[in-house]
Write a protein that binds this ligand. Structure first.
Ligand code: NAP
Length: 704
């Protein structure tokens, strides 16, 4: 059954004045309503029914097929830069409609700042990948990974790694706590890689995911088949995946393990990335006694992590490790701060913490707390008696902040094993830093750990001691605190994931997250063949010389492999003396005959920077032309010394071309990377590097 989209706001659920409706699934380019009874979804604050979800009757196999046949080819035709610009445009579009999403997000129990993390944090990952996609990937449909590997003595047979998009579908299964960020942080690297995705949010908060997903479809910016949506059970979806597919799962370890070991995943070797529960630690350093800035920063962070999103964050601090000497003071400071946390309806002024996402969660967290309580004492919080402002405690999914204390954390297993996915935290004392490290590891693998210390020796000991068990470690002191992004914030630039119990997965992390959705293939052949395949000059490949100087050519006229072999120049002692005078570099190896004789060079040598400058003098064509500027220099190596009397000659070869997008008021241009080799009279390489120039384009279309 297909329904048409009426007005925007009439589709939103959970907002004042809206009627409950059945959520829709986006299947093969159409909005489809599932049949049957469906699952009721409720407002987290009022407990009122706001929507139903159902996927009954959906042909999941056809969704995978559609992604494979329609979405994949369309995305693979686009270059990284085109995909990145698409992400940027969608992000801008979503920002223009963010108020709608905030309105719906309130139904999940989120405060304004909780919603900000979810909505704008999610859109932020699109922006971040849009910019990385253009800076760190070529304007090609594939990615060349790493340098050329020399495989033969004569250099006629070499190897290179390329990464190409998987040709199947990516299935994204998300947890309920970040209905927007969870979707967007997975979509950004997937779509940038050129792989279509089927998004399956957790049913309980899928109404918010549906609202944002609908906006993405309405933007019209994604090609057909790039994204599809399931609100409700995913049925036999995983059964249809093959070895070209990938699953990214976020949720509980139990569900993750079950799905990861399902028949089709195992038999087809489907890539399965898992982000699961994690008992993250935060540690106060031995040096951070009462009165130090680190002590205060630690207390603030622990309480913030307990109460942001009512503690329903995979990265929240669950285990708080404190030197036993300051335990009392830490307890007092935490209690004082927790006392200012008003629980209630986030719409009411002054409320700092909202409810859990749904009633079912209250029972879940209670169960975990019961297990923790068997081995801990309560420092703060009362599950049976707590105030709720502006809402009915029984109808909404409210849960108070709860601080527990494990007196002997080495003897108790529960605080290291049981994740209460709410505003719950266990304090643990430690005697020596090495004990704290052992306690941190007892989580058996976590997403994140944090340390508050102004002692960099402690920082080093704790980071190296706990890194193998953690995906991310944050060290905070008085210098970094102001600009710190916080213990609980995964960032698109950094790896999100953790070993062992945390799922063993890795998301985002800049380029790394994109490569998860690509196949890395080693390609072997002659340098010229590889240059032709990769569009990148490979050392040893055939070069083309032309009568026209390459600096006289426009971006479009240059081809990878175009080369210039310069005239020669003999380096004299006068060159060295003059260069020392101009640069002020009188290093003994250039200027002091006796000291140079005793040095590794055995006699005076030319400055390396003189060799670079002289090479530029040999290859530059001075008259105004298409070359706009020298943009930088990379991978410079001075391979051999240049002595007075040596004769140098440079070879300049177009290594790689990257068209830049057109910007208002800017000359159309592209970046040309040039391979430069400087050789001496014996044909030995004395310097090798890559220079980057901005070269004018003749013409270009609007987008690229
Ligand atoms: P969950 O119950 O494990 O559910 C996670 C996802 O799996 C949901 O989308 C769920 O869909 C789906 N699912 C469940 N059974 C499935 C099946 N048989 N086939 C296909 N999909 C299935 O976890 P949750 O309660 O939503 O999330 C809370 C947990 O997630 C916490 O333990 C938390 O630590 C963890 N988490 C981890 C991260 C991280 O990045 N590492 C982030 C957030 C949360 P339905 O909703 O339709 O059942």
């Amino acid at each position: 059954m297909t329904t048409s989209i009426a007005g925007r706001s009439s589709r939103l659920v959970g907002v004042p004045g809206s009627e409950p409706r059945r959520l829709e699934n986006y299947v093969r380019g159409e909005w489809v309503t599932g049949g049957g009874h469906g699952t009721d979804l409720f407002h987290a604050v009022t407990g009122a029914k706001i929507a139903e979800a159902s996927t009954e009757g959906i042909d999941f196999g056809s969704m995978v097929d559609y992604a494979r046949r329609v979405g994949g080819p369309a995305l693979r035709r686009m270059t990284f830069h085109e995909r990145a610009l698409m992400l940027k445009a969608v992000a801008q579009y979503l920002m223009s409609r963010k108020d709608e999403f905030y309105a719906v997000s309130a139904a999940t129990g989120a405060t304004k700042s909780d919603s900000w993390v979810d909505i704008e944090g999610g859109i932020g990952t699109f922006f971040a990948y849009a910019s990385r996609g253009r800076r760190e990937f070529p304007n090609e449909t594939f990615y060349v990974d790493g340098p050329t590997e020399m495989l033969s003595k004569g250099g006629t047979f070499v190897g290179r790694h390329i990464c190409v998009p998987l040709e199947g579908a990516a299935v994204h299964i998300n947890a309920f706590n970040f209905p927007v960020w969870g979707m967007l942080e997975k979509l950004a690297p997937t779509l940038l890689a050129g792989v279509p995705a089927i998004v399956k949010p957790a049913t309980v908060t899928s109404y918010l995911t549906e609202a944002v997903f609908r906006a993405m479809i309405e933007s019209g910016l994604f090609p057909a088949g790039a994204i599809q949506l399931i609100c409700g059970s995913s049925g036999d979806l995983l059964e249809h995946l093959d070895g070209q597919s990938a699953v990214a799962f976020t949720g509980s370890a139990a569900t993750g393990k079950m799905l990861k070991s399902s028949r089709s995943i195992v038999e087809n070797n489907v890539r399965f990335n898992m982000e699961a529960d994690s008992l993250n630690y935060s540690m106060l350093g031995q040096d951070a006694v009462l009165g130090t800035p680190e002590f205060d920063l630690f207390v603030k962070e622990v309480v913030r992590e307990m109460t942001t999103k009512a503690g329903q964050k995979c990265t929240a601090i669950r285990r708080t490790l404190v030197p036993e000497g300051v335990l009392e003071e830490v307890m007092r400071a935490l209690v004082k701060r927790l006392d200012t946390t008003t629980v209630g309806d986030p719409a009411v002024e002054g409320v700092r913490m909202g409810p859990l996402a749904a009633q079912g969660q209250v029972a879940e967290v209670r169960k975990s707390v019961d297990a923790l309580r068997r081995v801990t004492d309560v420092v703060y919080g009362n599950l049976d008696d707590f105030a709720v402002v502006g809402a009915d405690r029984e109808r909404g999914a409210f849960f108070p902040p709860l601080l527990l204390y494990a007196k002997d954390p080495f003897a108790a297993n529960e605080p290291h094993d049981v994740e209460a996915f709410g505003p719950v935290n266990t304090l643990m004392p430690y005697r020596r830093t090495e004990d704290a490290i052992e306690l941190a590891k007892r989580g058996k693998g976590s997403l994140v750990g944090s340390l508050f210390t102004n002692d960099d020796d402690i920082a080093r000991e704790v980071v190296l001691g706990t890194a193998a068990y953690h995906g991310r470690l944050m060290v905070v002191n008085r210098e970094s605190a102001k600009e710190s992004t916080g213990h609980g914030s995964p960032l698109p630039h950094l790896v999100h994931g953790g070993p062992g119990r945390a799922g063993g997965g890795e998301e985002m992390g800049g380029v790394r997250g994109v490569l998860h959705y690509m196949q890395r293939t080693a390609v072997q052949g002659s340098p010229t063949t590889l240059m032709h395949i990769t569009h990148e000059y490979t050392p040893g490949a055939a070069r083309r010389e032309d009568r026209v100087h390459p600096f006289r050519k426009y971006f479009e006229e240059l081809e990878v492999g175009d080369a210039l072999i310069t005239p020669r120049r003999t380096v004299t002692e006068a060159d060295i003396v003059n260069f020392a005078g101009i640069s002020g570099d009188f290093f003994y190896a250039h200027m002091d005959d006796i000291a140079a004789r005793d040095s590794i060079f055995e006699r005076r040598v030319a400055h390396g920077y003189f060799v670079l400058s002289a090479a530029a003098g040999l290859f530059v064509d001075p008259a105004p032309g298409p070359v706009l500027a020298n943009y930088g220099l990379e991978t410079l190596r001075f391979v051999k010394p240049v002595y007075p009397g040596d004769t140098i000659q440079a070879t300049l070869t177009v290594k790689q071309k990257t068209a830049k997008e057109k910007r208002d008021g800017q000359v159309p241009q592209g970046v040309v990377a040039w391979d430069v080799e400087v050789r001496n009279q014996s044909a030995e390489v004395v310097a090798a590097y890559t220079i980057l120039t901005l070269v004018r384009r003749k013409d270009c279309d609007e987008r690229t």
